[in-house]
Design a protein around this ligand. Structure first.
Ligand SMILES: Cc1cc2nc3c(=O)[nH]c(=O)nc-3n(C[C@H](O)[C@H](O)[C@H](O)COP(=O)(O)OP(=O)(O)OC[C@H]3O[C@@H](n4cnc5c(N)ncnc54)[C@H](O)[C@@H]3O)c2cc1C
Length: 506
């Protein structure tokens, strides 16, 4: 098959994920039609017609590629020729160790690059129902504020329970930062349940005074309020109330809810019954992350760290994710999507960005990037192995497409939005050591571990890129600024597919 025969891939949504996906496909010679509903129809958070608009903060968070997982993701995206990272780097504003951008300059750079690319057609229209049957390869990247008509079509295809319209995020703690000389492993009444062992929860005990001080701190803690538009669309319901709202309902409410102490015996002091217990449940298959059961919250992040570290056993807790509750739209991706982000029930549809359950500008763009690489490989009838799980891209993808452990209890759905973090990476094969094999401790050990994980990730990413020969060629030709004859042929194809699309619409 020659390049001229590629059909266009349709991308719905020109946000962080859709914009990156369009760029990646086009740089691999695959034509794209990017459907963006703004400015004809907008969302409650977007304000402009620009592609890749940042709806809130102008920060891409830490740019430290050695000690921070999102900084590492930045670096990997740069190495994969990311347009989002190129535009961010070119529009950087001073922000210490963070990568912050001039938001207008950033969005203009992305919009201009996409508009100028000969293989990308931008269609300003809402896709208000199921994507037309003759679109054989579609990337849905419509984000947390997917338009209601499309959301209804997705829910109809996936099942109502599979698409959530708000999140209820409980904090997640790195397992190795929990003090197990205070906490212990046990399931309530030692029940094994399906897939359990009878010792599946980490339990943190509170005495009466500790419990009351904790409730007081929750009630007094500084909280984030909903935006007006969010409040109307994000109802609280029993089963996923914020922990502080439960605390406000009565001093004993939590003791009879998520902090109930029944069916548990503390092996560290079997004769003392805890007054209340905080339970943490394994969150990922690697067993490196545990979520605080029932602790969804709207407390500010600083308050969460301060208050939750007052829980016995969690004094030195390192949080992989802090809690939250937002208007959102996301799939139960681990159940619904295959390893290349395709809907198992309808493989012509791929999902990318926040709708897959990742969280944040950078993560959304990274998943857009991967969705495009998979779609491009498919178009070219090439095989593309997923990135190794030791890379930031691979770790995030593995979490979305299967690394998460589904809850065994009633309550809010346990798959909730996730930022990239080192807890998603497979542990190192060997413990890190100092000079001359010196044993490391505390912060020095934590930093050395992160450096080792990051170095492993970049080495594995390089090997993966080298294996993806077309990616390497696309990056090389992009770098030299010569796209050559390939693009001329594919441009013709795009014109033909556009004409066909318009004819079909008429
Ligand atoms: C209020 C709010 C504040 C946030 N603040 C931050 C923050 O400070 N930092 C951070 O990292 N993340 C933040 N996020 C999360 C952030 O939005 C996402 O992480 C990121 O923008 C998601 O990228 P995306 O490409 O998946 O979706 P988006 O960037 O939202 O892009 C989706 C695009 O799809 C379009 N669209 C929707 N439906 C249709 C349709 N049917 N047809 C055609 N087009 C459609 C939308 O107009 C939009 O342009 C925030 C989210 C919200 C809602």
């Amino acid at each position: 098959m020659t390049e001229a025969h590629f059909q266009a891939v349709h991308i719905i949504g020109g946000g962080l994920a859709g914009s990156e996906a369009a760029w990646q496909l086009a740089t691999r010679g695959v034509p794209v039609v990017l459907h963006e509903m703004r400015p004809n129809r907008t969302t409650a958070a977007h304000k402009t017609a620009a592609l890749a608009e940042l709806v809130c903060s102008n920060s891409f968070r830490s740019d430290d590629r050695e000690h921070n997982a999102v900084g590492l993701l930045h670096e990997e995206m740069r190495r994969l020729g990311s347009l989002i990272m190129r535009a961010a780097d070119a529009n950087q504003v001073p922000a210490g160790g963070a990568l912050a951008v001039d938001r207008e300059g950033f969005a203009a750079a992305v919009t201009d690059a996409l508009a100028a690319h000969p293989l990308i057609e931008i269609a300003r229209e809402e896709i208000a129902g199921p994507p037309p049957k003759d679109w054989d390869s579609v990337i849905v990247a419509t984000g947390p504020l997917t338009s209601p008509a499309l959301a209804a079509a997705i829910a109809a295809r996936t099942g109502e329970d599979a698409l959530a319209f708000f999140d209820a995020i409980a904090p997640i703690v790195h397992r190795d930062s929990i003090d197990m000389s205070v906490a212990w492993l046990q399931s309530r009444y030692d029940k094994a349940g399906p897939g359990g062992s009878g010792a599946d929860y980490v339990n943190c005990p509170l005495a009466r005074e500790q419990y009351h001080a904790f409730v007081d701190a929750l009630v007094a803690g500084d909280k984030i309020t909903f935006h007006d538009w969010e409040a109307a669309a994000t109802p609280y319901f029993d089963g996923c109330l914020p922990i502080e709202v439960m605390a406000e309902r009565g001093r004993e409410t939590l003791r009879h809810g998520p902090m109930k102490p029944f069916g548990l015996t503390n092996p560290h002091s079997p004769d003392v019954k805890p007054y209340a217990v905080v339970q943490l449940r394994q969150d990922n298959k690697l067993g490196t992350l545990f979520n605080m059961v029932g602790f969804q919250t709207k407390l500010r992040h600083g308050e969460q760290t301060r208050i939750f570290r007052s829980i016995p056993g969690l004094e030195n807790a390192e949080f992989a994710r802090l809690g939250g509750l937002h208007r959102n739209t996301f799939l139960n991706a681990p159940k619904l999507l295959d390893g290349t982000l395709r809907l198992k029930a309808e493989p012509r549809l791929r999902f990318a960005g926040q709708i897959t359950g990742c969280e944040g500008y950078v993560e959304s763009a990274a998943i857009g990037l991967l969705a495009a690489l998979f779609a491009a490989a498919e178009r070219r009838a090439e095989f593309l192995a997923p990135p190794p799980p030791t890379t930031a891209h691979g770790a995030l993808l593995a979490h979305i497409t299967g690394g998460h452990v589904e809850t065994i209890d009633a309550g809010p759905r346990s798959y909730q939005p996730m930022n990239v973090n080192f807890g998603l990476f497979p542990p190192l094969a060997q413990a890190v050591k100092g000079d001359g094999g010196r044993r490391l401790r505390g912060t020095e050990k934590a930093l050395a571990k992160k450096r080792a994980l990051a170095a492993r990730a970049l080495a594995d990413l390089e090997r993966w890129i080298a294996g993806d020969t077309h990616a390497a060629a696309a990056l090389a030709s992009e770098a030299s600024g010569q796209r050559g004859k390939l693009l001329k042929c594919a441009r013709r194809t795009l014109a033909l597919s556009g004409a066909r699309r318009r004819a079909a619409a008429e």
